[in-house]
Each structure stands twice: as structure tokens, then as C-alpha cells.
Design a protein around this ligand. Structure first.
Ligand SMILES: [Zn+2]
Length: 260
């Protein structure tokens, strides 16, 4: 049988004799692997719909234990994302991160909508991409039910002195608990924060992505929050290193526009 679904291309892998495996994020079925003979170089509608940063309709044949792409139709191609290296890097990172964080074959309609909103906003944005990526990451964590505890202290419940984030415990910890953890030798996954990340995170979660068009964190604050979230996601989702991080990461290019 065949079915039609809205989808976003996560990535494709070239196989022998012009065949490809496409990792497709479908609205109805979540992340699925689909085989295809359609190339992405031609000018046909189906070819255009296989390019990166495209949202389209995909007609898929479901075999006994495989999927095959019959036909594809682009709805929107966010091609301008690829016109700037930093913007492209931010987009590639978010696609790879999302792909790794969602399970296979499980519908994730809220993540799907969020990802389309992100691609729209990213295409329009011309600088400070890290701010938008951070807002996306926080919303993604919330949808997946894995949001960190931003207070009170995740260890003892104290409301004051929340200046550190503990990756292992999954949230903010107070100065006393941070000191105790340090003297016990559990320092590796504790980040001392210099910025008011509790309020920043709260603001990011309460406002829709489209409201971030004119919002930009300082490079320092953005780098700090990204370091924390990256370590948190790596630890709790078993991410490992992502390929796209060669282009997009805190250490190498900060917010994409150099350091202060
Ligand atoms: Zn505490």
C-alpha cells in the first residue's frame, strides 16, 4: 500500500547504482528510512523535493519491511539557508540534532511543527544564529519531556544561590551542593554559570520562535548556555559527536560571527 505524508528531509545516503536511502521526518509516522531511485540533481518536482532544507509531500510505498519513495513534491524550499555558511551550519546542526534526539517510527507532530518554524525563522535571520538555535533546543527538550529543572536546587530544594548547572542531576544546583559535589570529586559535569540563565531559559521557553527575530544574546551568554545544553543533551540522549559540529559549535565559531 501507499500513503502520502508531509515530510522534511533529514539526510540522504548514496548507495550503488544511483539508489539512495533517505532519512525522512514525516508528520504522520515520525522518522523513517525510505529507499529511492530519484536523484536530487534533476529538475523534476521530485528531485527538487529531495534537497536539504525542504518541506514537502512524499508519496511512499510501504512494503513488508521497507519503504520506497514513489513521488515527492516540494511545498517550501528554504534554499536561502544554504546561501550563508554560518546560517547553513546552524541549520545542518539543528537537523542532525533533531534526527538523533527523536526515536524511529514514532509520530512527533509538535517537533515537526517546531522544526518547520525554525527553518522559516532561520531563513529570514541574518546574524546571531546561536540565539535561535538555543530557543529551538529548549523547546525541543520541553516537547520531548526532558526539560532541565531550572530551580529550586535539584539536589536539596534550596531556592537561593542557584549559580551552577549539574548535567548529571539534570538541573540547577545551589552553591552549597556545588561545593559539596566539587569536594567529593564530582566536578566534571558541573558548570558554574556567570549569566542569569534561569531567567534567560524561562524567557526562551515562554516566547514563540518567531518572536526571536530581533532578539540576540551576547556571544558570551549564548556560548555558555549552549555548552550547558550540549553537555546535558549528550548525557541524557547519548548523542556523541555530531558531524555538523565541525562547522557549528561553541568553541570553533561561537555565534558564527567571531568572539567579542
Ligand atoms: Zn542544593
Amino acid at each position: 500500500m501507499s500513503f502520502n505524508t508531509e515530510g522534511i528531509i533529514f539526510r540522504q545516503t548514496r548507495m550503488v547504482q544511483g539508489r539512495r536511502m533517505i532519512l525522512l521526518f514525516t508528520k504522520e509516522y515520525g522518522k523513517i528510512s525510505v529507499g529511492s531511485n530519484i536523484g536530487d540533481k534533476g529538475r523534476s518536482r521530485s528531485s527538487l523535493a529531495l534537497r536539504p532544507f525542504t518541506y514537502g509531500y512524499y508519496q511512499i510505498y510501504e512494503g513488508r519491511n521497507y519503504y520506497e519513495l514513489d513521488h515527492a513534491d516540494a511545498v517550501t524550499s528554504y534554499y536561502a539557508i544554504g546561501e550563508d555558511l554560518d546560517r547553513y551550519a546552524a541549520g545542518s546542526f539543528v537537523l542532525e540534532l533533531t534526527e538523533k534526539m527523536i526515536p524511529e517510527g514514532l509520530p512527533q507532530p509538535a517537533v515537526f511543527s517546531l522544526l518547520i518554524e525554525f527553518l522559516q525563522e532561520l531563513e529570514q535571520r541574518s546574524r546571531k544564529y546561536m540565539t535561535l538555535v538555543l530557543a529551538y533546543e529548549l523547546k525541543l527538550l520541553r516537547i520531548l519531556g526532558a526539560f532541565p529543572v531550572m530551580g529550586p536546587c535539584v539536589v536539596c530544594g534550596r531556592k537561593e544561590g542557584l549559580h551552577s548547572f549539574c548535567v548529571e542531576e539534570g538541573g540547577m544546583i545551589c552553591d552549597e551542593c556545588a561545593g559539596k559535589a566539587a569536594s567529593d570529586g564530582h566536578k566534571a559535569l558541573i558548570f558554574h554559570t556567570e549569566n542569569d540563565i534561569v531567567n534567560v531559559v524561562d524567557y526562551f521557553v515562554r516566547n514563540p520562535l518567531r518572536s526571536f527575530a530581533g532578539v540576540a544574546l551576547s556571544d558570551k551568554a549564548a556560548d555558555e548556555l549552549q555548552r550547558i545544553l550540549r553537555a546535558y543533551m549528550e548525557y541524557h540522549f547519548d548523542l556523541g559527536r555530531l558531524k555538523s559540529e565541525g562547522l557549528f559549535s561553541v568553541k570553533e565559531n561561537g555565534d558564527g560571527k567571531g568572539k567579542e
